[in-house]
Design a protein around this ligand. Structure first.
Ligand code: ADE
Ligand code: ZN
Length: 345
């Protein structure tokens, strides 16, 4: 059994990818306080912070998420969350990140999408210069506000193409926005060479995952944990190696299919040879970092050390990097693993 500080030191040195991370949720408490003060000219109290992060389910969490988005009053506020992202990358030893950005709430309050995109690009380049890490963006067209809103978001992505935006995602309230409403949006995204991913099976049963596969043709499934109820689906996922972006702590918070960490299906999926990756979803909202998440797998779900290495490799396999880039990162994982594992034991 590795001691906690040794585990954290070791894991930090292994290059890792994170594929399911929402930029607005990498925000730090310090940034929330700054934005609140800037907007209201009064301090954001500890009690207000506690209340903000108290929710019982996915829809309650999404309401809190929208409250955080409401704190933004100008485009340069995004600089703060990209600084928080940079710190998150460094703290966790990330080598590559795919991040969701959800524009709907900002557009509703009058922000210009092209200004937002300029800001994203500037900050992504800054992170690359300062850390060497590549950040790619997936725009969450959102299922919360209906198809028309999602089509409008896609129009904006297509009208403001930058290489850093590699595709679209579908987040938000899964119970309110079924995949079938977004088939046309996803088709149009694919026709325009955008990659597509979708949250599914986080708050709705396996039928939602089938729809994300058959209607949306998603290249990865966000969460996908209700697949545990459907043997055929688990077999399909194993056969096709369609990746799942698993975020265990997030699922424990939103409670629908997992009440306690120890009963999370990630271990079963892994043993059934499904291509699972490990992610945090919303670090500040769920009080978790990527290394915490690996630690929990090690201590609560009894993943062995070599299985943790496999999950780290899966993160690169399931990414949208080129095959050469994937190989190069995976070699770096193998080499650093060997080197630091020898020092550990
Ligand atoms: N937006 C941010 N986190 C999300 C989640 N876990 N599910 C749906 N939408 C989200
Ligand atoms: Zn998510």
């Amino acid at each position: 059994m590795i001691k906690k500080p040794d585990f954290y030191d070791f894991l930090k040195k292994i290059p890792k990818a994170e594929l399911h991370l929402h930029i607005e949720a990498v925000i730090s408490e310090a940034t929330i306080k700054k934005l609140f003060f800037k907007k209201n000219n009064v301090e954001f109290t500890d009690r207000a912070m506690h209340n903000l992060f108290s929710y019982e389910d996915l829809n309650g969490f999404i309401a809190a998420y929208l409250q955080v988005q409401e704190l933004f009053t100008s485009i340069d506020d995004f600089d703060l969350i990209f600084d928080d992202l940079k710190n998150y990358i460094l703290d966790n030893g990330l080598a590559y990140v795919e991040v969701f950005a959800a524009p709907s709430a900002f557009l509703k309050k009058g922000f210009s999408f092209s200004e937002m995109v300029k800001n994203y690009k500037k900050n992504i380049q800054k992170i690359k210069q300062e850390t060497g890490v590549t950040v790619n963006l997936l725009i969450d067209v959102s299922r919360t506000f209906g198809e028309e809103n999602a089509q409008k978001n896609l129009d904006l992505v297509l009208g403001n193409r930058i290489p850093e935006i590699i595709g679209i995602g579908l987040g938000g309230a899964e119970t309110k926005g079924p995949s079938k409403d977004f088939g046309h949006v996803f088709q149009r995204a694919r026709d325009n060479n955008l990659l597509t991913v979708a949250h599914a099976g986080e708050d709705v049963g396996p039928e939602s995952i089938w729809d994300a596969i058959n209607i949306l043709h998603a290249k990865r499934i966000g969460h996908g944990i209700s697949a545990k109820f459907d043997e055929k689906l688990m077999q399909y996922l194993a056969d096709t190696q369609l990746p799942l972006e698993i975020c265990p702590t997030s699922n424990v918070f939103t409670k629908k299919y997992v009440q306690i960490y120890e009963e999370h299906p990630i271990k079963m999926f892994f043993e059934k040879n499904i291509l699972v990756t490990l992610n945090t979803d919303d670090p500040l909202f769920f009080g978790v970092s990527l290394i915490d998440e690996y630690w929990k797998l090690y201590t609560k779900l009894h993943f062995k050390k070599n299985e943790i290495k496999q999950l780290i490799l899966n993160g690169f396999t399931a990414s949208f990097l080129t095959d050469e880039e994937k190989e190069s990162f995976k070699n770096a994982v193998e080499q650093t693993w060997e080197k630091f594992d020898a020092e550990l034991s």
